[in-house]
Write a protein that binds this ligand. Structure first.
Ligand SMILES: C[S@@+](CC[C@H](N)C(=O)[O-])C[C@H]1O[C@@H](n2cnc3c(N)ncnc32)[C@H](O)[C@@H]1O
Length: 225
């Protein structure tokens, strides 16, 4: 059964405000792989579990058409409202039932999302929609972020780790499974811990910028002839 945790309007607003696009080095890994695999033509890329579209838009310059899909209507609505590119569109659908013809897709991606899917059904669907030599890139970042701000980086990182340890006790089953497989991360900290961050940093504004160093993993695949 699908996990429906991403639907609330407030959640979508947090996504728009705080979610970051896939890291540059992760993008390099994916695009180098596509070059290595000589992915051409590059007509259609599908970003599954696209949320509010941060991950989808990075594909716009490299494909004639990019479609972001998500099970959440609220997320897709937010993606449609965000600034984007003319060749990017969005659709509401489950990852396990993609609305594309057999062999019609050049690239399937999922950024920080695949662990929520019914993986065997999703993989079957990827295999169905990908054309021969089409590629797949499923990535996520690990929870062991480090936070960098002036001379309190070490303490901030400790606070984040303590918070994550607390949160993981209440995590959805799929997250627990993912932690075991690709060590999934929570992207929202409880308000209390944000306050602790601010105290440690000696600042008052919740808008203070910190650097977050995020390790990632990416599963790449190319469909044989
Ligand atoms: C952590 S967010 C990642 C969003 C986006 N890819 C990003 O990197 O910002 C996970 C997304 O997967 C979507 N999702 C979860 N289960 C899904 C499913 N079975 N089919 C399609 N989307 C799903 C959620 O609605 C959510 O928007």
């Amino acid at each position: 059964m699908a996990v429906r945790l991403f639907e609330a309007r407030q959640h979508v607003e947090f996504y728009q405000k705080y979610r970051f696009s896939p890291a540059e080095n992760l993008q390099r890994v994916i695009f180098s792989y596509l070059e290595e695999k000589k992915l051409a033509p590059t007509r259609l890329a599908v970003d599954v579990g696209c949320g509010s579209g941060q991950s989808t838009r990075i594909l716009a310059a490299r494909f004639e058409e990019v479609v972001g899909t998500d099970i959440s209507e609220a997320q897709i609505q937010a993606a449609k409202e965000a600034a984007s590119f003319p060749n990017v569109s969005y659709r509401v659908c489950p990852a396990e039932e993609l609305p594309f013809e057999d062999g019609s897709v050049d690239l399937v991606t999922a950024f920080a999302a695949a662990h929520w899917f019914d993986i065997p059904r999703f993989m079957k669907e990827v295999d169905r929609v990908l054309r021969p030599h089409g590629c797949m890139a499923l990535s996520t970042y690990f929870p062991n972020f480090s936070v960098h701000y002036k001379d309190c980086s070490e303490r901030l990182t400790e606070i984040l780790t303590e918070t994550q340890d607390l949160l993981f006790e209440y995590a959805d089953e799929k997250v627990n499974r993912v932690i075991g497989e690709y060590k999934e991360v929570f992207d929202l900290s409880p308000f209390q811990d944000k306050r602790r961050f601010l105290e440690t940093m000696g600042v008052g504004s919740k808008e203070t910028q910190v650097e977050i160093w995020v390790p990632c993993v990416c599963v790449l695949g190319c469909k044989g002839p």
